[in-house]
Design a protein around this ligand. Structure first.
Ligand code: PH2
Ligand code: MG
Ligand code: MG
Length: 151
């Protein structure tokens, strides 16, 4: 059993409703148990700034699935909710990002944990802090320290 954290986001359609639905689908997946869901917050777009505001959150999960199989569950839920892949960092109906998979460090094509940009993104760190501000991000430090470093 691994404790896993994911980031969730949306900036098209009924953003909050889609994210709640994504959490529901996660809870129904085999080998996946939703432990806690952060507050959902509206956030200004980062990267490509000329796009609608996002709603972002984070989810703590326990899973028996290996990282790659867990990632496949996330991608399948994105597809089932109507995600069509377009411009990198562009608008999306739903985005489910694997942030932390236990204390593992994985760097494979299409699968990098901890998420390579997590430590510099307030829209990821603040929801993680709702769940556990003392969570240690392997190789990066605690969520609270990473947030303080952004100020
Ligand atoms: N996701 C991105 C790019 N920019 N900005 C915000 N505020 N929230 C996001 O989830 C987000 C973003 C790429 O995944
Ligand atoms: Mg993302
Ligand atoms: Mg993504």
């Amino acid at each position: 059993m691994r404790l896993v954290y994911i980031g969730i986001g949306a900036n098209l359609g009924s953003r909050e409703e889609t994210l709640r639905r994504a959490v529901e689908l996660l809870g129904r997946a085999d080998g996946v148990e939703v432990v806690a869901v952060s507050e959902l917050r509206e956030t200004d777009p980062v990267g490509v700034v000329d796009q609608p505001p996002f709603v972002n959150g984070a989810v703590a999960i326990e899973t028996t699935l290996p990282a790659r199989a867990f990632l496949d569950v996330l991608l399948e839920i994105e597809r089932s909710l109507g995600r069509v892949r377009g411009e990198r960092w562009g608008p999306r109906i739903v985005d489910l990002d694997l942030l932390v998979y236990g204390n593992e460090v994985i760097d494979e094509p299409g699968l990098r944990v901890p998420h390579p940009r997590l430590h510099e993104r307030r829209f990821v760190l603040e929801p993680l802090a709702d769940l556990n501000s003392e969570l240690k991000i392997p190789g990066r430090g605690t969520v609270s320290a990473l947030l303080a470093a952004l100020d």
